[in-house]
Design a protein around this ligand. Structure first.
Ligand SMILES: [Zn+2]
Length: 405
C-alpha cells in the first residue's frame, strides 16, 4: 500500500490550455444545470410523499431536456448523467443523516463534474512532473504529477475552486486498514472547544488559519467591503480571500485524512454519533430537553468546520475501517455521567466542564460525551453477542434504540 492510498491524497493541479479551460467550464455549467434541475424537482418533496422523481425518472427527463436544448446536447452526456447520480448519492447521504441536504449550486462556487468508468489508459505520465488525463470532449489535459497517482482509480472529479484553480481528484477509495485486534472501542464526540474529543481523553483540533493569515484575511475582508462593485481591485481582493479560504480547507481535509487513518489503525471499533447536521444546527441554539452544546462564540466557528468536516470524517472512517464504525443515537450523551450513568442536565459546569453532582466525577465535557458514546457502542456489542451488560452499567436508563442505524 502506498502512502498516497493510505492518506487518500489524490488531488492534482490541472493545467488546462485557455481553450480547454473554456470547455471544462462548459462541463461545469452543464453539471450545475442538471444538478439544479434535480434540486428543483426535490424542493417540494417531503417524507411520505411519492412525488419526488427517482434516478430513472430524472434520467428520462435529462434525455428530454437534451432533445430540447442544443446547449445541453452539445455537452457530454457522461458529465450530465453523472451529475444526476451525484445528486442521488447526496440525497442518500442526507437520508443517511451523514450530510446536509443538497442545495443549489451557484456559478463560481463548488464548480465541478465527475467522470466515471475511467480506464487505465485514460491517465498517463509524460515526464517526472507532468501527467495527462483524458476528459470527454476536451481531450488530454495536463496536470502536475505532484505525487503518485493511485492505481485502479475508477473515477475522477474535476473542480474549479473560487480562486480559479482547476484540480483533478482521482477517487481512490482508500484500502481498508486492518483492525489492531485489541477489541478496543473508541468513542468520538464532536466537541465544543475542540473539533473532536476521544473517549481516551485526547482532544483533536482541526487546523485553522494561522494568526498572521487570520489577520491578513480580516484586512482583506475590510478592503473588500470598501472596494467598488465591479472594480478590478474588488476582483483581486476577492481572489486573495478565496485563496486563503482554499488553503484552510486543504489543511482541514489533510487533517481529516491523518486523523481517520490514525483512528482506524488504533481501534477495533469506532463509535460516533449518528448525526443529522440539520438537527445539529438546531441543537446549537439549545432546547429544554438538550441544552445546546455549541452555543456562543464557538458556534459560529465550529459550525462551519463541522458542517463540512464531520460528514467527511465519518465517511473516511467508513472507507478505512469498513464494518468497524458504529453510529450511536446521540440522546443524552452530553448529560449523562460516564462514571455512574446518571443523567443530569445540570452537570455541565460550563460549556467545557462536566461535573457529576451524584458521584463527583469531573471531566472535559466532550470527553465525558465521547465515553458515553463508546460505552453505548460497547454495551450494544456485548448485548448483541447475547451476554449480560458490562459491569457497572446496570443502573443506566434503558435505551430503546441505542443504534440508530
Ligand atoms: Zn456520576
Amino acid at each position: 500500500m502506498t502512502v498516497d492510498n493510505l492518506i487518500g491524497m489524490s488531488r492534482y493541479r490541472l493545467q488546462p490550455t485557455p481553450a480547454q479551460e473554456q470547455m471544462l467550464a462548459e462541463h461545469c455549467g452543464h453539471a450545475r444545470f442538471v444538478w439544479n434541475l434535480a434540486v428543483e424537482q426535490h424542493r417540494h418533496w417531503k417524507p411520505g410523499r411519492t412525488s419526488a422523481p427517482g434516478f430513472a425518472e430524472q434520467r428520462r427527463q435529462l434525455t428530454e431536456a437534451r432533445a430540447e436544448s442544443a446547449w445541453l446536447r452539445a455537452g457530454s452526456v457522461t458529465v450530465q448523467q453523472q451529475a444526476l447520480k451525484d445528486f442521488a448519492q447526496a440525497m442518500a447521504n442526507y437520508f443517511g443523516q451523514s450530510h446536509r441536504k443538497p442545495t443549489w449550486r451557484k456559478r463560481g462556487q463548488n464548480e465541478g463534474f465527475r467522470i466515471v468508468a475511467v480506464r487505465p489508459g485514460d491517465v498517463r505520465r509524460l515526464s517526472r512532473k507532468v501527467g495527462e488525463v483524458k476528459i470527454p470532449k476536451v481531450g488530454w489535459v495536463r496536470f502536475c504529477w505532484s505525487r503518485s497517482v493511485p492505481h485502479g482509480a475508477k473515477s475522477h472529479r474535476v473542480t474549479r475552486d473560487a480562486a480559479g484553480r482547476w484540480h483533478v481528484a482521482f477517487a481512490a477509495i482508500p484500502e481498508p486498514i486492518p483492525a489492531p485486534g485489541t477489541g478496543e472501542v473508541v468513542g468520538i464526540d464532536r466537541g465544543v472547544a475542540v473539533s473532536a474529543a476521544l473517549s481516551t481523553g485526547e482532544l483533536l483540533t482541526a487546523p485553522t488559519l494561522r494568526q498572521a493569515e487570520q489577520e491578513r484575511l480580516a484586512r482583506l475582508l475590510r478592503k473588500l467591503s470598501r472596494a467598488k462593485r465591479g472594480s478590478n481591485r474588488r476582483v483581486k481582493v476577492k481572489l486573495a480571500v478565496a485563496r486563503l479560504k482554499a488553503r484552510e480547507s486543504d489543511r482541514r481535509k489533510d487533517w481529516i485524512e491523518k486523523a481517520t487513518t490514525d483512528l482506524a489503525r488504533r481501534f477495533d471499533v469506532i463509535a460516533v454519533e449518528n448525526l443529522n447536521i440539520s438537527s445539529m444546527t438546531r441543537s446549537a441554539r439549545g432546547t429544554l430537553q438538550a441544552p445546546g452544546r455549541n452555543i456562543a462564540a464557538k458556534a459560529g466557528l465550529n459550525r462551519g468546520i463541522l458542517a463540512a468536516g464531520w460528514g467527511r470524517l465519518v465517511e473516511r472512517l467508513e472507507h478505512k475501517a469498513p464494518g468497524r464504525v458504529v453510529k450511536i443515537n446521540p440522546a443524552y450523551t452530553s448529560q449523562r455521567c460516564s462514571a455512574c450513568g446518571i443523567v443530569d442536565a445540570k452537570a455541565r459546569e460550563s460549556q467545557a466542564a462536566f461535573r457529576c453532582r451524584s458521584c463527583g466525577y469531573a471531566a472535559n465535557a466532550d470527553v465525558n460525551a465521547a465515553r458515553n458514546i463508546r460505552d453505548t457502542a460497547a454495551g450494544h456489542a456485548v448485548a448483541a453477542r447475547g451476554r449480560s451488560g458490562l459491569p457497572g452499567r446496570t443502573n443506566r436508563e434503558p435505551h430503546p434504540d441505542p443504534l440508530s442505524v
